[in-house]
Design a protein around this ligand. Structure first.
Ligand code: ZN
Length: 91
């Protein structure tokens, strides 16, 4: 049975209608309305993680613009996540 709200055969319920009628998020650089999942991989100190290794790889998913690759600006602490020193997301 298809469970995807937008590809299945269900009738449009109130939630689906509200989602379809909501404003689209747009990339602040290029205006694209589509995003894809990407991962930042943090190398976290083994001491912090409590394991006998120099570091542990911790993948963190985030959404990036499907056209230009800019991270979606609604991601909390995106610059810190990407290791940027500036306050504006950089490529
Ligand atoms: Zn973009």
């Amino acid at each position: 049975m298809e469970t995807n709200l937008f590809t299945g055969n269900q009738d449009a319920g109130p939630v689906k209608k509200a989602i379809l009628d909501s404003e689209n998020y747009q990339c602040t650089r290029c205006g694209s309305r589509t995003f894809k999942e990407a991962f930042v991989i943090k190398k976290v100190s083994g001491v912090v993680m409590g394991v006998p290794k120099d570091y542990v790889s911790v993948p963190i998913p985030l959404l990036v613009c499907d056209h230009c690759g800019l991270p979606a600006p609604n991601i909390k602490d995106v610059n810190r996540l990407l290791g940027n020193k500036t306050t504006t997301p950089q490529q």
